[in-house]
Design a protein around this ligand. Structure first.
Ligand code: NAD
Length: 394
């Protein structure tokens, strides 16, 4: 079929298999060009099909020849209806990996469930024996607690008082003020249930009990802090509470991993265009100004650059992993540099609908956004018939 983008709000309802394949190919190429890194050979990535998780998988496989198992939750294609981009990304990654002689298998299902945890453990035991690194990169609006069967929904809201700031409609470039009312206690608790550390901990418990974690195994989950201007909505808001919980969970997992000489970390990553960050009000406008400033400064990174640097300069650099005063790895260091933040704030105070194209990088944001769905690539002929029925080969 001929596949065109069909936008609805902050998602795209279609995805292009060839464009997704091209995205994966470019990430692989980046890692190959950078050269070998010291990541161990058996890696499990939970949330492996898009964004930071996909980059974590690609950087491990192509940076050190690691065998990877990826867990993800994506829709398969049907006749005339495309799959979600993560499905095409995974199909492409696994085909490239197999062609290059690398072990790569995936499990498509709900990572929050006991069944998918068990399936993953069975696969590890059968094929790899154990894993040396577990990346936890889930981003989801909902989670069914396997212990209670209750479906929890996360919200993106401030806590205590309403928050008003500028936000952009990325399709039209129109900037308006948005006011978001504070969350209820129940909404805060639900957001922690979905995006906090409980499920990460359950994964590590299950893997450890099954003997599926190798001596010295590491696990890393991803977090975000961001600028002062998004604090009331992000870090001091509901999602921030969940990230606080995730960061505290790293401490308790660390204790549990001591008998194995294992380690648990949270890595604070940079703000990037992903399906998850596009859903947060205010953040896309911040990202379009940030991109402008960081591109001009020459230190802009995407997911693959971030994760390659995380592996090379932080996690597997020396005996002691460099962390901040709260024990967190920081690869948001370039985003948070004083001059970068001062410049973004200066632009933030000026930006309006009329000057956004000139002072911000809305075009860059938009092209990365449609790029997430495999559109806008020069390497793809979008007028040609594409096979939407691509499947993942294990
Ligand atoms: P993303 O939306 O690109 O990826 C989410 C992944 O989770 C996908 O592979 C998806 O298939 C998987 N997933 C979702 N629900 C699932 C389920 N129930 N079962 C199995 N898999 C499921 O998100 P992302 O932006 O890469 O975020 C990953 C992590 O990085 C999150 O913790 C996020 O908070 C953090 N982070 C993101 C940013 C950013 O700017 N995007 C910055 C710093 C940290």
């Amino acid at each position: 079929m001929i596949i065109e983008p069909r936008m609805r709000g902050f998602i795209c309802l279609t995805a292009h298999p060839d464009g997704c394949k091209e995205n994966v190919r470019q990430q692989i190429e980046y890692v190959k060009q950078q050269g070998a890194i010291n990541v161990p050979k058996r890696v499990l990535v939970i949330g492996a099909s898009t964004g930071f998780g996909l980059a974590s998988r690609i950087a491990a496989a192509y940076g050190s020849g690691a065998s990877t198992i990826g867990v993800y939750f994506e829709k398969e294609a049907s006749e005339g209806k495309t799959a979600t981009p993560g499905l095409y990304n995974t199909a492409a990654f696994q085909d490239f990996a197999h062609a290059d002689g690398l072990y790569a298998k995936g499990i498509n299902g709900d990572a929050y469930s006991n069944e998918v945890k068990q399936q993953t453990i069975d696969l590890i035991k059968a094929d790899l024996g154990q894993v040396d690194l577990v990346i936890y990169s889930l981003a989801s609006p909902v989670r069914t607690d396997p212990a209670t069967g209750v479906l929890h929904r996360s919200v993106l809201k401030p806590i205590g008082e309403p928050y008003t700031n500028k936000t952009v409609d990325i399709h039209t470039g129109k900037i308006t003020d948005i006011t978001i009312n504070p969350a209820t206690e129940e909404e805060i608790e639900n957001t922690i249930k979905v995006m906090g550390g409980e499920d990460w901990s359950l994964w590590i418990d299950a893997l450890q009990e099954a003997g599926a974690l190798a001596e010295g195994a590491k696990t890393v989950a991803y977090s975000y802090i961001g600028p002062d201007l998004t604090q009331p909505l992000y870090r001091q808001g509901t999602i921030g509470r969940a990230k606080d919980h995730l960061e505290a969970t790293a401490g308790s997992i660390n204790e549990k991993l001591k008998p194995l000489n294992g380690e648990a970390y949270v890595s604070v990553n940079k703000a990037l265009v992903t399906q998850s960050s596009a859903a947060i009000p205010v953040v896309p406008l911040y990202i379009s100004l940030l991109y402008k400033v960081m591109k001009e400064k020459g230190n802009h990174e995407g997911c693959i650059e971030q994760i390659y640097r995380l592996y090379k300069d932080r996690l597997y650099n020396s005996a002691a992993v460099p962390v901040d005063e709260k024990g967190r790895i920081r690869v948001d260091d370039w985003e948070m540099q004083d001059d970068v933040q001062a410049k973004v704030l200066e632009l933030w105070n000026q930006v309006d609908t009329d000057n956004l194209a000139a002072i911000g990088d809305l075009q860059g944001y938009k092209s990365e956004f449609i790029g997430l769905f495999g559109f806008g690539s020069d390497a793809v002929d979008y007028t040609a018939e594409a096979n939407e029925l691509v499947r993942v080969n294990n």
